[in-house]
Design a protein around this ligand. Structure first.
Ligand code: SAM
Length: 452
């Protein structure tokens, strides 16, 4: 009896025999999402869009292929850093273009794929992330054939998301040109964007408007100069390629700022190599599969006033800023410094940063999130789901609400209660451990709500 139970194994009891679970699944919430996927998706859907299965019968799933990158291999000369990045992140941010740019608070993309599935979204539906950050939801949805709209108050987020989406389809030849000419390209970006000071958090002044000009109105003269240079350096005038390479430069400048292990130009080469490899890997998989990519719209905007029609969305999935005390603008957020003149304006709209004293910040945070939830309810179709991923943040809340940490309701509970006021009803909540920022939070919650 004991032997029979052990031989059959837990997965054998939970999942049908023909489903093989993905490697590196090691958290309870992942097992829960895998279970819901196995209940809600048919075999073809699991093969095309499943997040937690490697094999359905004899067939490998598309997600497994995307993650492992079969049959693409890293070139032999690749650095050990690049190799370990891909080995450790194979089923995390190591697939598609998710690993590009280390944006703080980025979603775990595999979890997003799982959530999109269990929210009942199918190809042709439209999903919204009203606080898209680095665009994880948009990239996953695009790969799954689900249309998406992403909004973020930060123009850098729009820029980054668009570059990562473009990475799924941009021509590869100019990227090889860029790698070959990486020294000249580095010099070019130093002139156009500026250079960070190695190993320090300082950066040279006088170039803060660069991103603003790329993101918004680019002047004709700037464009002409850029395309001439561009053509010489990478053999292409494709703006999407140029923006993709700019993101690689910004990424490498961030590394150079944080560490002085290698010279900035060497950091650039390493990062660029990774960007090129990422494109090669995902495009090879996409070329070999029949599934179409869906349309994605990355917009700059305010989640408190969504530029969308009522009842036009089939699912909402997002993660709000967790904290109302960490000053992302002032702290170490490298990329935000490139926004230059917009920083003051941005602060006024940035949820979590508004207000002065902690209590005022908290009150504004709650009022803002209330407005965001009301907007989500307005644009979501009835009977559809809205999923919020939010950290508990007990220590800060304990100070603000003046109650012991163990009695704090938790942000997930506070937001779920607010949501009920906007015709949402709670459907399921899953806890998930987070590592890294353990001093403020130890857990986050996946809160699934239904619009009645
Ligand atoms: C936790 S991050 C989201 C990260 C994202 N899930 C990802 O995978 O990269 C929260 C985001 O909310 C954005 N945000 C803050 N206030 C906003 C507002 N009023 N409207 C829209 N986005 C806002 C921030 O710029 C930040 O990118």
């Amino acid at each position: 009896m004991v032997r029979d139970v052990l031989v059959e194994g837990m997965y054998g009891r939970i999942f049908p025999k023909h489903l093989e679970i993905i490697p590196q699944l090691n958290e309870v919430y992942e097992l829960a999402l895998a279970f819901y996927e196995s209940q809600l998706l048919n075999e073809d859907e699991l093969i095309r869009n499943g997040a937690y299965f490697a094999r359905v019968g004899e067939r490998l799933t598309r997600h497994y292929l995307m993650c492992t990158g079969e049959p693409v291999r890293l070139p032999k000369h690749s650095s050990s850093r690049l190799r370990s990045f891909f080995a450790n992140n194979l089923f995390k941010t190591g697939y598609a273009t998710h690993g590009l740019f280390p944006y703080r608070g980025k979603f775990h993309p595999q979890m997003i794929k799982g959530l999109i599935n269990i929210m009942g979204l199918k190809p042709g539906d439209t999903i919204l992330d009203p606080m898209m950050g680095s665009g994880t939801v948009l990239i996953e949805a695009t790969l799954m054939g689900i249309k998406s709209v992403g909004i973020d108050v930060s123009p850098f987020c729009r820029f980054m998301t668009q570059a990562k989406l473009n990475g799924l389809v941009i021509p590869q030849k100019p990227l090889y040109g860029a790698l070959k000419n990486y020294k000249e390209l580095f010099e070019h970006f130093v002139k156009v964007i500026g250079q960070s000071e190695q190993g320090s958090k300082q950066r040279t002044k006088g170039r803060n408007n660069w991103l603003g000009s790329v993101v918004r109105e680019t002047t004709a003269a700037y464009e002409a100069k850029k395309s001439k240079q561009q053509h010489r350096l990478i053999g292409s005038e494709d703006a999407a390629v140029y923006d993709f390479l700019s993101l690689a430069y910004l990424d490498s400048a961030g590394y150079a700022e944080r560490s002085n292990r290698a010279s900035p130009i060497e950091q650039f080469r390493t990062v660029l190599e990774r960007y090129v490899f990422v494109v090669e890997k995902i495009q090879r998989i996409l070329d070999g599969s029949e599934s179409e990519l869906a349309e994605a719209r990355a917009l700059e905007g305010d989640a408190r006033a969504l530029p969308l029609e009522p009842q036009s969305i089939d699912g909402v999935l997002f993660s709000p800023p967790y904290s109302f005390a960490i000053d992302y603008l002032q702290n170490d957020s490298f990329h935000l410094n490139y926004l230059g003149e917009d920083i003051v304006k941005l602060r006024e709209k940035m949820i979590g940063l508004r207000g002065k004293k902690l209590r005022e910040k908290y009150d504004l945070y709650i009022a803002d999130m209330n407005q965001v939830l009301s907007e989500c309810a307005r644009v979501l179709r009835a009977g559809r789901l809205c999923t919020i991923v939010v950290g508990t943040n007990d220590k800060q809340l304990s100070k603000v609400l003046d109650v012991p940490p163990e009695e704090v309701p938790g942000l997930h509970k506070i937001l779920a209660d607010l949501a009920v006021e906007h015709s949402f009803i709670p459907v399921r909540s899953l806890a998930r451990r987070i590592s890294g920022i353990a001093n403020t939070m130890r857990e986050e919650y996946i809160v699934i709500l239904e619009k009645t």
